[in-house]
Design a protein around this ligand. Structure first.
Ligand code: AMP
Ligand code: ZN
Length: 137
């Protein structure tokens, strides 16, 4: 299903032009208009899913195989030194376009540390709480 007012549905299905670096029956991979690094690209399924919670398992499996293959091809073509795959779900997690997508982010020696977070500490109390909660689902 496509969603009428979704910009990524329209891009993925070719209704809006994009800088496409790969396309198949299920996905389009485009260059991000606001790249974190040179070559930053987005995997867009042609079907609409708001986020990972809505994604069907077949598309999820295909998306990760595609991410693996794109990482290899982009690293070869661009000569990057490493690679991040980022996928945001929900406003609190930084999602701004509510059509499932995966960020393919080439990394280069000396580039900005833009995916850094300060590590916390896993206390015994919180660890036990999480282990118990995960048994309930
Ligand atoms: P997220 O914050 O995970 O939802 O990521 C949305 C990404 O889409 C951002 O990196 C934007 O720069 C990118 N973006 C938004 N609109 C477009 C567009 N029309 N073409 C390409 N990239 C876009
Ligand atoms: Zn969509």
């Amino acid at each position: 299903m496509k969603k009428e007012d979704c910009i990524f549905c329209r891009i993925a299905n070719g209704e809006i032009p994009s800088a496409t670096i790969y396309e198949d029956a299920d996905f389009r991979v485009i260059l991000d208009l606001g790249p974190a690094s040179k070559g930053h690209a987005l995997i867009l399924p042609k079907e609409h899913f708001d986020n990972i919670y809505e994604l069907d398992e077949d598309t999820a499996a295909k998306a990760f195989v595609l991410a693996k293959n794109m990482a290899g091809k982009m690293t070869e073509a661009l000569g990057c030194d490493g690679f991040n795959i980022v996928q945001n779900n929900g406003t609190v997690a930084g999602q701004t376009v509510f059509h499932f997508h995966m960020h393919l982010i080439p990394r280069y020696e000396g580039d900005a540390d833009f995916l850094h977070w300060e590590p916390g500490r896993l206390t015994d109390e919180v660890k036990e709480e999480i282990l118990e909660k995960m048994k309930t689902v």
